[in-house]
Design a protein around this ligand. Sequence first.
Ligand SMILES: Cc1cc2nc3c(=O)[nH]c(=O)nc-3n(C[C@H](O)[C@H](O)[C@H](O)COP(=O)(O)O)c2cc1C
Length: 399
Amino acid sequence: MNNLNNKKILLIICGGIAAYKSLEIIRLLKKNGVTIKTILTKSGAEFVTPLSIASLSQSKVYQDLFSIENEAEMDHISLSRWADLILIAPATANTISKLANGNSDDLASTVALASNKKIFIAPAMNVRMWNHQSTKQNIDKLKTYDYRLIGPEIGDMACGEYGAGKMSEPQEVINKLDSYFKNLKINNKLKAIVTAGPTNEYIDPIRFISNKSSGKQGYEIAKSLSKKGFDTTLISGPTNLKTNEDINLIKVETAEEMFQATLNSLPADVAVFSAAVGDYKLKETSKIKIKKQDKLYLELEKNVDILNYVSKHNFLRPKLVIGFAAETNNLVNYANEKLNEKNCDWIVANDVSNKKIGFDSDFNEVSIFYKNKKTDKLKYKPKSEISDELVDKIINHLN
Ligand SMILES: Cc1cc2nc3c(=O)[nH]c(=O)nc-3n(C[C@H](O)[C@H](O)[C@H](O)COP(=O)(O)O)c2cc1C
């Protein structure tokens, strides 16, 4: 089914060899009934001509930030407001860096920075550029700003080298955009945030305090939400788990980073806080490795309480806020206490004293405590099934 029909997409074409693929993207978008406007960077114009783009897209190509004609007709703010979605393809290392750092020295970067729309980027670059630490950091940053990544793929490159950095094929780009609009339609644009995994609170550059958490339950919940059509952002502490590409995965390490990523991802309709966030962090983290000594005294201070903050926020609070409680004893009392103290709607609690369930296991058994004092029990089963049942309850509640 075509979910792109009648959509408005602003395509930004940057200066890379793969710019030729953007012409095919335009052709496919048009075929699917999309109205397109295009921004071509100065370098992009070295690879494809405005004339080809205008002919294929049947609309004007925007190139200059300082253009009297454009400002009168459609200025840089209106361009992003006009679109349902922005696609940057190919996205160069240079433009990615500018977006990650808030630079806006041309029309493309200014529009992206001023945008209130979902931005998809399809990077294309040499394997070493892609694997460079600075590019990796920039991509990680963009993910925390809720940018969506399409590709890149591994393969032969125009420069003769082989590796990751090849832009996704046009049809793959179209499929990703189509599935994004499809998901929006299914659940009426419902957006979900899930936190998962532990956090690391650093003592020095190589030592940290952490919590025992595999992240498996949270990852499964994100998968179930995404499968049922939610636009899902998963904010994950350090884990080795993989997730599917429809989920916007934001990787963080510390509680503070998880907090910032959560704030950046809001607003949302539902937030599931399943991460085992460290309650404490070091008052001061040493910048150099602390040499081994007989005794080491650490001064800890309380970490930010993400669940509490979001649950009590007067306008950022999602319609449904779900907290998790992993307890070794007194489960019912602690879960009810948490429910009330943190002002959340549901608490999903599991007893982690039983080694067969909870931590590291692929199975779980949980109790759900609701604000109205009711409870539900999801009996021992795979975490994926627990997640599916939980998400069905979320959908019922939101509808
Ligand atoms: C022949 C040629 C091919 C290039 N291909 C790429 C590329 O695939 N990816 C990339 O990030 N930069 C590539 N560059 C470098 C960019 O064009 C350059 O960084 C430019 O400043 C990008 O500007 P823009 O991001 O505003 O489009 C290439 C440059 C040349 C001369």
